[in-house]
Design a protein around this ligand. Structure first.
Ligand code: TRP
Length: 346
C-alpha cells in the first residue's frame, strides 16, 4: 500500500477522547464499566486517554499523594491493556488549562452553577470538611473538561451517564465559540454510550461498586487472592428484595461478574441450575471467586512487570504526552488567533 493511501486511511479514523481522575486504586466497577471499553476501542479509533490530575485538585485532596496516584493510575491502565502511546498526563500539557481559560469566557456562570455534579459535590464538601471550602475549581471543572475534549477535536467521548451533562456543556461551548467566530471550527463531539456492565457492591448490591462507600464495597483490580475470596464468600445473595420469580440484585451481580470476567461456560451451566431451582449459592460464589482470581492474577503479573521498568515507562509517558501535546498546541494556536489574542512567538 502506498504511504499516501495509508495516510488517508489513518486520517479517516475517528478519534476518541476520555479521561480519568487519579484518585487512587482502580476497581472491578471502573474496569468493566469503563476502562475495558477503552482498551477495546483502541482497535478502531485514534485514542487519547488522559489522566487528569488538574481535575483531581478540585475536591479536597492529599498533596503528598497526588503525584504518586497519577503514576499508579498510569501503571494500572497499562497493566490492563491501554497502550502507552495513547496516554497523556493532563498537567504535562498546559494548553488544556489555557484553552480552559478561553472557554471560561464562552460559558455562563449560571450554567455552571446548574450542573448536577457541582451541586452534589459542593454539598458533599459542605457536609464532610470542617472548613467547608468550595473552590472555584470545582465550579469551573466542566469548562476544563470541555477543553480536554475539544483541544483534540475528538469525535467521540465514551462517558457514563453521570457525565452526560458535562458533554452537553462541551457542545454548548463549542457551538457558542463557532457562532462567535462565524465558522464551524469545532466539530460538536458526541457521547459514546456503549452498554457496559454496571458492577454492584457485593456487600450491598443495592449500590454500585465504589471506593468512596468504604473498603467492603469494592474489589481492587490488583487485589490479593485471599481478600477476593473473602469478599465473594460474604457477598449478599438473597435479602428478600426480589419479587417472586425474579433474581435478587446480589445474585444477579454475581452472575454478571462471572460472565464478564470470562467464565462463560460456568455462567451458562449455573444459570441452568438456577432456572432448574437447584443452584447452590456456594457453587456460584466459588466460580466467581476462581474467575476473578485468574483475571486479577493476570493483571497483577503485568503490573509487576511494569513497575520493574518504572523508569523507562515514566520516560515513555513523557514522550507520548509530548507527542499528543503537538495536536493540542496546534488547536490552541488557531484558537488564540481566532479570538484576537496576539499570535507572536516569544
Ligand atoms: N469528569 C470526568 C470524571 O470525573 C473526568 C474527565 C475529565 C473527563 N475530563 C474529561 C471525561 C474529558 C471525559 C472527557 O469522571
Amino acid at each position: 500500500m502506498s504511504d499516501n493511501i495509508k495516510q488517508k486511511q489513518i486520517s479517516k479514523k475517528k478519534s476518541i477522547l476520555s479521561c480519568i481522575q487519579p484518585t487512587g486504586d482502580m476497581h472491578l466497577g471502573n474496569y468493566f464499566g469503563a476502562v475495558k471499553n477503552w482498551v477495546d476501542l483502541q482497535k478502531d479509533y485514534t485514542c487519547f486517554y488522559g489522566v487528569v490530575d488538574y481535575h483531581a485538585m478540585t475536591m479536597p485532596y492529599d498533596v503528598k499523594k497526588l503525584r504518586n496516584n497519577t503514576w499508579e493510575l498510569i501503571f494500572n491502565l497499562m497493566a490492563v491493556g491501554i497502550k502507552p502511546e495513547n496516554l497523556f498526563v493532563q498537567s504535562l500539557i498546559p494548553e488544556h488549562a489555557e484553552l480552559g481559560w478561553i472557554f471560561n469566557c464562552f460559558c455562563s456562570y449560571g450554567q455552571l452553577t446548574r450542573m448536577t455534579q457541582f451541586k452534589d459535590k459542593s454539598a458533599q464538601v459542605s457536609q464532610s470538611s470542617t472548613d467547608q471550602f468550595i473552590s472555584v475549581g470545582l465550579l469551573d471543572y466542566p469548562v476544563l473538561q470541555s477543553a480536554d475534549i475539544l483541544i483534540y477535536r475528538a469525535d467521540y467521548v465514551p462517558v457514563g451517564k453521570d457525565q452526560e451533562q458535562h458533554l452537553e456543556l462541551t457542545r454548548d461551548i463549542a457551538g457558542r465559540f463557532n457562532h462567535s467566530i462565524g465558522k464551524e471550527y469545532f466539530v460538536l463531539p458526541e457521547g459514546l454510550y456503549t452498554e457496559t456492565p454496571k458492577i454492584r457492591s457485593t456487600a450491598d448490591p443495592s449500590r454500585k461498586m465504589s471506593k468512596s462507600a468504604g473498603d467492603k464495597h469494592y474489589i481492587s483490580l490488583f487485589e490479593d487472592e485471599a481478600r477476593i475470596r473473602k469478599q465473594i464468600k460474604s457477598a449478599v445473595t438473597d435479602t428478600g428484595d426480589a419479587q417472586e420469580g425474579q433474581m435478587s440484585e446480589g445474585v444477579t451481580n454475581l452472575f454478571e461478574l462471572l460472565k464478564v470476567s470470562g467464565g462463560k461456560e460456568e455462567y451458562e451451566s449455573l444459570t441452568h441450575d438456577y432456572n432448574a431451582g437447584n443452584l447452590r449459592y456456594s457453587d456460584l460464589k466459588q466460580a466467581v471467586a476462581n474467575q476473578l482470581v485468574t483475571l486479577t492474577n493476570d493483571f497483577k503479573d503485568r503490573k509487576n512487570e511494569i513497575v520493574k521498568q518504572k523508569k523507562d515507562i515514566k520516560y515513555q509517558i513523557k514522550q507520548s504526552s509530548a507527542e499528543i501535546r503537538k495536536r493540542a498546541q496546534e488547536t490552541l494556536r488557531e484558537v488564540k488567533d481566532m479570538v484576537g489574542l496576539l499570535n507572536v512567538k516569544l
